[in-house]
Structure formats: structure tokens, C-alpha cells
Design a protein around this ligand. Structure first.
Ligand code: PHE
Length: 447
């Protein structure tokens, strides 16, 4: 591994992995999914998915990545030559390109809102006007496509100039600031007139609402939010040093990511009920509510500018990590130069991203299985491809990789005693593959 870079400090490992995990998935997708799937019922299944399935799959990805210090395809082949499970890397490549495409549309919305915030367009409106602001903007074919392309161009520049490290350094400062801002917004939301109703919605589960569909939604959200199942964290782990505490890092990343999602819920739902909005409003939920929240805060102008700027950074650290999957593949398997590979990744995402952006306007009637292209890309990648990837990765580590290699990784080459060794292995071998498969099949209505 001589000429491969390594994360030197413990902070570096956690920060880059958290940078990948924390993003629009927590702040935009979590509240809208929870809102559509019954609030508390969703949260409870979500938490179970994160801790019983997500952490074991994350540890599995870390084991494969660090034991081989290679990209996904090579890593799986190194550990078990000829294994058909190494096809999981193709799922990762396709899923990462699909996610990049629709994610960039939402990141483009963030840029539009940042622009609106800076130019004063986000203040002094009524609720109806904020709703119209979002719908006229997303329906407008040029504007949302323009921002999608601008965002992907920014992503391209960062990757092309190899300044990911710089971005990561900036975001290491930005992330804690974002976190503190979320705390402030939380306190603000707790004082809203309908705060109790909002918190009840999120934390008081109505168990009768736990349906197979809700379970699949929560599973998909857990994997999406933790960047799991598409070998993204496997690739990051290939840069970990031998001293990185694997099990603890996975736990810390999952805890932080989940905390950010819950904070986002505590900010959004009290506001949803106080402003008399619909929790099941879908993707537009946070975009309609945030401007209202900023409007109420003293110094709302500054809060809104700072918040959308930080969210932009949180998004780009996530898109960098998902782009890396296909770029590494193009470079290593097709012998492309890095700049060509980055270009190809961007062109693919721009093409599909444009179609996803248009699916809120001119293409809104174009539906496949009753979903617009944006919805289809989101659903297929999060709820189908990531869980399948998760099953394959946990089966690979649980059943195929030599037990000694796994134990060596879990103990960080013997440096640490892991008290939960057996339960962790049990989850990787049995719980994760079985439960993910069951939720997946039930959710799709197979039996
Ligand atoms: N986890 C990221 C988020 O929550 C999204 C992501 C998914 C990033 C898959 C990389 C891979 O925003």
C-alpha cells in the first residue's frame, strides 16, 4: 500500500466518513420519509435498522476495505478469487451514478435557495408565497436544470483538481458549525405553539402503522443515510490505517449520522404542525418549512445564508464520496486517465440529473411503475439496490472471508480486545442478511 494515501489521524477517518454520511439524506430525506411513513412508527424501525443492520454492514465494508487496501472490485477478488459476490461492485457503480443524478437535483435546489437567501428573496413572504416559490422554481425547466448542472460542475472541479482534501478540511470546520446551528434551530422549534404535536408525531409511535412498506422505507433510508451497500465506505476504509479502531469508528459514524437526522426531525415537525402544513408533503417538505423558520428567527437573513451554505458543503462531501466509486472503477478497470474518468462520471450524472430535474416540470407526466424519473431513481437505488448490496457484503464477510481475517480486522490487528466480537459476527452472518432480505421481500410485496 506504499503509494496509497492514508488517513493519518483518528479525526481524519471519522471526519471523512461522517462527511460522506451526513448530507441531504439526514436533513432533507429523513424528515420527508418520516413524514410520509407515519413519523414515530418510521423512526423506531429506522433506529432498529441503523443499529442492528446498518452498523454490521458498515463494519463488513470496513473489513473488506482495510484488509485489502484496494478498490471494491479488486478487494473482493483478492479476498476470494472468482466469487460471484464480487458483482456487488457493479451494483455499487450503478447505484452511485443513480444517486448522484437525483441528489444533484436537490443539491441544486439548495444552491437556488442559497442564492435566494443571499439576494433577500427568502424573507418577508407568506406561507403561500413560500409554497409557490418552490413550485414555480422546480417547474421551471431551465432554472432547476441549470442549478443541477452547476452543482455537478462544482463537484467535477473539486474531483478534477484533486482538492477533495481541501474540501474535507473546510467541511471539518463546517460540520461542527452546522451541528451547532441545528441545535439552535431545535431549541427554536421547541418553543413553537404546536411543538408538542410535532414531537408526538415523531417520538410517539403508533405501532399499527408499521407496515412492510414503512419497514422498507426505513431500511432504504438507513442505508442511504449511512452511505451503505454501494461500497462507498469500503473504498474509504481502504485508506484507513492499521490503527484505526474499526468497530468504534463504525459506531461513532452511525451515532453522529443518526443524531443529525433526529435533530432535523425535531426542527421540522414542530414547525410543520405550527404552520399548519402536511407532514406527508414529500420532497418539498423542508424547502417549504425552512424559510418560514428562518423568517421567525431574529437575524433570519444571516441564519438562512449560513445554513444553505453549510448544507451545500455537506452535500458536496457526500457527492464526492459517491463519485469516487465510478471514477475509481473507470480508472482501474478501464485504464482511463483520472480526468477522463471524472469527466465521464460527470457527463452521465448531468444527463440523468437533467432528466430527474425535468421530472418536476415538463416530464412530470412521464411515469414508470407510477413514479416520475426522480422518484424512480431514488426508490430503485435506496430501497432496492442498497439493501441487495448490503446482503451481498454481509454474506461475503460473514461466510466467505476467512474468519481469521475478520477477527484480525475487528481487533485492529490484535491491538484491541473487542468484547462484542461474537454478537458482531452473529449480526454480520445471520441478522443482517436475513432481516434485510425479509424486509426487502415483504416491502416489495413478494410473499
Ligand atoms: N449518506 C449521504 C447523505 O445522507 C448520501 C450518500 C448515499 C452518500 C450513498 C454516498 C453514498 O446525504
Amino acid at each position: 500500500m506504499s503509494n496509497r494515501a492514508q488517513f493519518v489521524t483518528k479525526m481524519g477517518v471519522i471526519a471523512a466518513t461522517v462527511g460522506s454520511a451526513v448530507g441531504l439524506g439526514n436533513i432533507w430525506r429523513f424528515p420527508y420519509e418520516a413524514g410520509q411513513h407515519g413519523g414515530g412508527a418510521f423512526l423506531i424501525v429506522y433506529l432498529l435498522c441503523v443499529f442492528l443492520l446498518g452498523i454490521p454492514v458498515m463494519i463488513a465494508e470496513f473489513v473488506i476495505g482495510r484488509s485489502t487496501h484496494s478498490n471494491a472490485l479488486t478487494a473482493l477478488q483478492k479476498l476470494k478469487p472468482g466469487s460471484s459476490l464480487s458483482k456487488v461492485s457493479y451494483i455499487g457503480i450503478v447505484a452511485s451514478l443513480m444517486i448522484l443524478s437525483f441528489y444533484s437535483v436537490v443539491a441544486g435546489w439548495i444552491m437556488e435557495y442559497l442564492y435566494q437567501a443571499v439576494t433577500g428573496g427568502l424573507s418577508g413572504h407568506t406561507s403561500e408565497e413560500y409554497a409557490t416559490l418552490f413550485s414555480t422554481f422546480t417547474v421551471n425547466p431551465w432554472r432547476s436544470v441549470m442549478w443541477t448542472l452547476i452543482f455537478l460542475l462544482a463537484n467535477f472541479m473539486v474531483l478534477r483538481r484533486g482538492i477533495e482534501k481541501g474540501i474535507e478540511r473546510i467541511s471539518n470546520i463546517m460540520m461542527p458549525v452546522l451541528f451547532v446551528m441545528l441545535l439552535v434551530f431545535c431549541v427554536n422549534s421547541l418553543f413553537m405553539p404546536q411543538a408538542k404535536k410535532g414531537l408526538d408525531f415523531l417520538f410517539n409511535p403508533d405501532f399499527s402503522q408499521i407496515t412492510p412498506k414503512v419497514m422498507l422505507g426505513a431500511l432504504g433510508q438507513a442505508f442511504f443515510s449511512l452511505s451503505l451497500g454501494l461500497t462507498c465506505l469500503l473504498t474509504y476504509a481502504s485508506y484507513f490505517s492499521d490503527k484505526t479502531p474499526l468497530v468504534r469508528s463504525a459506531t461513532v459514524v452511525a451515532l453522529l449520522d443518526t443524531l443529525v437526522a433526529i435533530l432535523s426531525g425535531i426542527i421540522i415537525f414542530p414547525a410543520v404542525f405550527s404552520f399548519d402544513m402536511e407532514p406527508a408533503a414529500g420532497p418539498k417538505l423542508v424547502f417549504q418549512i425552512l424559510p418560514e423558520i428562518f423568517q421567525q428567527l431574529p437575524g433570519g437573513y444571516l441564519w438562512s445564508v449560513a445554513f444553505f451554505l453549510l448544507l451545500f458543503f455537506a452535500s458536496i462531501t457526500s457527492t464526492i464520496s459517491m463519485s469516487e466509486i465510478s471514477i475509481t472503477y473507470f480508472v482501474e478497470a478501464h485504464k482511463m486517465s483520472r480526468s477522463r474518468a471524472t469527466g465521464l462520471n460527470t457527463v452521465i450524472a448531468m444527463t440523468f440529473g437533467t432528466l430527474c430535474a425535468l421530472s418536476f416540470g415538463v416530464l412530470s407526466d412521464f411515469k414508470v411503475f407510477g413514479m416520475t424519473l426522480f422518484e424512480l431513481f431514488d426508490y430503485v437505488s435506496s430501497n432496492i439496490m442498497l439493501p441487495i448490496g448490503g446482503v451481498m457484503l454481509s454474506v461475503f464477510v460473514g461466510w466467505i472471508v476467512d474468519k481469521k481475517v475478520v477477527e484480525e480486522q475487528l481487533t485492529d490487528y490484535g491491538a484491541r480486545k473487542i468484547t462484542l466480537m461474537r454478537p458482531i459476527r452473529f449480526c454480520i452472518r445471520y441478522v443482517a442478511p436475513l432481516c434485510i432480505s425479509l424486509i426487502f421481500l415483504y416491502g416489495l410485496g413478494v410473499p
